[in-house]
Design a protein around this ligand. Structure first.
Ligand code: IPM
Ligand code: MG
Length: 368
């Protein structure tokens, strides 16, 4: 059984623009507490480079245990050039990978939505991306990110050898495939599963197990298999052919970045990382924007808080079953975009530039 405290959020702002964007989420949580009597409890801790600077480790045990006990973790971003040369185990990214792995957050949901107000910000033609709505389901706790053996080792001829292992088991593939099929049933009922079954045995297994679970439990959902390189190509050729894409950890990392960029709205895209539900319906989860820590603009008050605010919206929907509140929040974001308010990253002709906190102000005013 999972021991978590209901309605307890752990905020982990992290590095770069993380603290600025999480700052706006804090204001929104306070708004919900005050106006909707939602009694969310929040706690805030260091993670990533910020934790390393203070404690010499990217995540302390204390913070890790707080994450274990929280109903949802909301993370800003980790990393930056300042910590690039640290030894591997101390890098800011290790905190994130540890949380994903130890909290068993195997399903990473990354919507790639083209907001109608931002069609022109895409590098693709408007007709290719308008109304685009793809849901990526990226496997998050297996594959080459975590496979053993791994490391850098000296070899006989005086050279060194770098090793990582790409490995998946049947149950790891099945559980993430189920998440994808379940989501598809609530959307356009279509799943595309991506692997490299033409060159990798683990890819062949992936394809076979997704096919098997489809035949056993999800015959009503349309399933296509696609090689991951072809998927990369199809995403820029005709992205609207996709509904739900399910794929492994590494391909999911790359393909979801590609899809995010073609929406022109990297600063607007949220993500959810989910574990499995126990018999009482308890589930661990972590929510974070798809964008990174953007060290070049950190501290300037220009960062776009929308991706993180929408990540909190996903927390309302997926962890707390508060669909109505999530809808309200998403609608507030849409209204602000309709009014032409933009942070610098999505500024275009005829729109008005606002700062991070002004964007927060505007969204809160629409919640009223
Ligand atoms: C992501 C990021 C991470 C990943 C990094 C920061 C470890 O790129 O969430 O997509 O590779 O998974
Ligand atoms: Mg990535």
């Amino acid at each position: 059984m999972i021991k978590i405290k209901k309605r307890k959020f752990l905020l982990l702002p992290g590095d770069g623009i993380g603290p600025e964007v999480i700052g706006q989420v804090k204001r929104i949580i306070n708004w919900f507490n005050k106006n909707k009597s939602l009694d969310f409890e929040i706690d805030e801790e260091l993670v990533g480079g910020a934790a390393y600077d203070k404690h010499g480790t990217p995540i302390t045990d204390e913070v890790f245990y707080k994450a274990l006990e929280s109903e949802a973790v909301i993370l800003g971003a980790v990393g930056g050039p300042k910590w690039d040369n640290l030894e591997f185990s101390k890098k800011p990214e290790r905190a994130l990978l540890k949380l994903r792995k130890e909290l068993k957050l195997f399903a990473n949901l990354r919507p790639a939505i083209c907001f109608k107000q931002l069609v022109d910000a895409s590098s693709l033609k408007p007709e290719l991306v308008s109304n685009l709505d793809i849901m990526f389901v990226r496997e998050l706790t297996g594959g080459i990110y975590f496979g053993e053996p791994r490391g850098i080792k000296p070899i006989d001829n005086g050279e060194r050898k770098g090793i990582n292992t790409h490995v998946y088991t049947t149950s790891e593939i099945e559980r993430v495939a189920r998440v994808a099929f379940d989501l598809a049933r609530k959307r356009n009922n279509k799943v595309t599963s991506c692997e490299k079954s033409n060159v990798m045995e683990a890819g062949q297994l992936w394809k076979e197990e997704v096919q098997a679970i489809h035949e056993k439990e999800y015959k009503d959902v349309e399933l296509n298999h696609m090689l991951a390189d072809n998927c990369a190509m199809q995403l820029v050729r005709n992205p609207k052919q996709f509904d739900v894409i399910v794929t492994d950890n590494l391909f999911g990392d790359m393909l979801s970045d590609e899809a995010a960029m073609l929406t022109g709205s990297l600063g607007l895209l949220p993500s959810a990382s989910l574990g499995s539900k126990d018999k009482d319906g308890n589930m661990r989860s972590l929510y974070e924007p798809v964008h990174g820590s953007a060290p070049d603009i950190a501290g300037k008050g220009t960062a776009n808080p929308i991706a993180t605010i929408l990540s909190f919206g996903m927390a309302l929907r997926y962890s707390l079953d508060l669909d109505k509140e999530a809808d309200t929040l998403e609608k507030a974001v849409q209204d602000v975009l309709d009014e032409g308010l933009r942070t610098k990253d999505i500024l275009s002709k005829g729109t008005k530039e606002v700062s991070t906190s002004e964007m927060g102000d505007a969204i809160i005013s629409k919640l009223q």
